[in-house]
Design a protein around this ligand. Structure first.
Ligand SMILES: Nc1ncnc2c1ncn2[C@@H]1O[C@H](COP(=O)(O)OP(=O)(O)OP(=O)(O)O)[C@@H](O)[C@H]1O
Length: 242
């Protein structure tokens, strides 16, 4: 168990098997399988357009699923509506940062409470003190980093057992990336992270899956991938700085 934790322990086993999905009749994913143990952290990596966002969107029920299963703690989610998947414990922070610009920070957070008491908002402010300082500001007045914190905090207020993060660091200054990754590293829950900043993603994750053209082309421990320049070059076209 991690110390200084936020979230749920012992739950969040995510099993994805043979997922074939896309947009309408257009197939993007073909037979994608991976398992993340409860409390595990998976980095889902690959070049642009290989299907990373589509994978997360399929898990939360926003694409057309043609085959395959998605099970969270043994509960099959594949045929449930998105709202029921969220209720079953799947949290999602989309690439678009779901922030309501016309609502204040606090009002945005309230939309994530899902019936929990208002006092739970303190969890969000404890994780991201900056949101506490900005609680009366409008969502549209926030910096990119603050919007991302708000988007993550709102997803966490729903008490997910597995959190899906789509490129949370996109467009953020390095110091804000540091802060966000530090906060995420304190979460004690299953996480699937899609991220272009490969070095940060591999430092955060225990395991990694590389996608190429909608298929899993490599799966293994994150630390091994980090030290395998040929693997990174092959699947991402990049080499990490030593
Ligand atoms: N709504 C859509 N309708 C049809 N095709 C789509 C739609 N959204 C994405 N695609 C296509 O699906 C493929 C996979 O896209 P996806 O966004 O999942 O990739 P990605 O790996 O997340 O890429 P990136 O790193 O650029 O975000 C791409 O070829 C993309 O053009």
């Amino acid at each position: 168990m991690r110390t200084d934790e936020v979230g749920t322990t012992g739950k969040g086993l995510l099993r994805v098997e043979g997922l074939t999905a896309g947009h309408g009749k257009t197939l993007i994913l073909e037979g994608v399988s991976f398992t993340v143990p409860a409390g595990g952290r998976l980095a889902l990596l690959g070049r642009n357009g290989v299907g990373k966002t589509t994978t997360l969107a399929t898990l939360v029920g926003q694409t057309t699923r043609h085959a395959g299963t998605i099970a969270l703690d043994g509960v099959e989610l594949g045929s449930l509506a998105s709202s029921a998947r969220a209720a079953a414990g799947l949290g999602y922070v989309p690439q678009t940062r779901d922030v309501f610009k016309s609502l204040t920070v606090e009002e945005n957070l309230v939309t994530g409470l899902k019936g929990r008491p208002r006092s739970a908002l303190e969890e969000a402010y404890a994780l991201f003190p900056r949101l506490g300082e900005r609680r009366r500001n409008g969502g549209g007045e926030l910096s990119g980093g603050e919007q991302q914190m708000l988007s993550v905090a709102r997803a966490l207020l729903g008490k997910p057992t597995a959190l899906l993060l789509d490129e949370p660091l996109e467009g953020l200054a390095p110091v804000i990336c540091d802060q966000l990754m530090e906060a995420l590293s304190r979460l004690d829950m299953t996480v699937v992270l899609v991220e272009q900043q490969v070095d940060r993603a591999l430092d955060f994750a225990d395991s990694v899956v590389f996608l190429d053209r909608g298929r899993v082309v490599h799966a293994g421990p994150a630390h091994q991938a980090k030290n395998d320049a040929a693997l990174l070059e092959r699947h991402l076209g990049v080499a990490l700085a030593a």
